[in-house]
Design a protein around this ligand. Structure first.
Ligand code: ATP
Length: 212
């Protein structure tokens, strides 16, 4: 079983890294692809380039064999459609490989706004990592999400392993209430970001003068 974990990673932090590692370990993944997305136009921090976000991801993931940093969405022209990434990886990994798309709960709740989102579960399972501040009860309020869960929710990780796609599973992970927004804000205000992200990332941000 192989996993995909995408994000803007502006910058990557322990709130991404620790849950990602626990997902990889807990699900017994052969690898977890860490895939930085092209910056969505509405959330610009233009002083930080895609190359710099990628460098921070590479620095943070170095030495962790479970993580494979994948820059395909930054190399591709046009929007970072997850569906396209899934199709490419599915082609590389073969149709029988069990593939899990790992999402924080907030990202999962936003799924119905994604490009051709109904096709996503045709290519992968979805594993939702619980994120602080978001509650599973909120899901019941959204009819689209509730219907999706009715059809796709599975009862065990073993069910994900026996099929290649189509299941939804909630995996508990350590909850770290850290956000990239908070990190950018702290840098802007001259506060320390130590212990929110790996020291190599702290030093890179300082060295390049990012987020000032
Ligand atoms: P921003 O604050 O700029 O919105 P972010 O910290 O939410 O950024 P993203 O790059 O947007 O980070 O998130 C990538 C993925 O990581 C998403 O699936 C998101 O749900 C998840 N994620 C981000 N922060 C956490 C956290 N503290 N705990 C668990 N999951 C998280």
């Amino acid at each position: 079983m192989r996993g995909i974990f995408g994000g803007t990673f502006d910058p990557i932090h322990f709130g991404h890294l620790r849950p990602a590692l626990e997902l990889a370990e807990g699900l017994g993944l052969e690898e977890l692809r860490i895939i930085p997305s092209a910056q969505p136009p509405h959330r610009g921090t233009p002083e930080v380039t895609a190359a710099q976000r990628l460098t921070m991801v590479e620095l943070a993931c170095a030495g962790e064999w479970r993580f494979v940093v994948d820059d395909r969405e930054l190399r591709r022209d046009g929007p970072s459609y997850t569906l396209l990434t899934l199709q490419e990886l599915r082609q590389a990994w073969g149709e029988h490989e069990s593939v899990v798309l790992c999402l924080g709960l907030d990202a999962f709740l936003g799924l119905p706004s994604w490009h051709q989102w109904e096709r996503i579960l045709g290519h992968c399972h979805i594993v939702v990592a619980h994120r602080p501040g978001w509650h599973i009860e909120a899901l019941a309020e959204d009819e689209t999400i509730a219907a999706l869960l009715d059809t796709h929710r599975v009862d065990s990780v073993a069910e994900l392993e026996t099929t290649s796609a189509g299941g939804i599973w909630f995996q508990p992970v350590s909850q770290l209430a850290i956000s990239a927004t908070e990190i950018r804000q702290r840098v802007r205000e001259g506060q320390s970001i130590r212990y929110l992200t790996p020291q190599v990332v702290v030093e890179y941000i300082a060295g390049e003068g990012l987020y000032l």
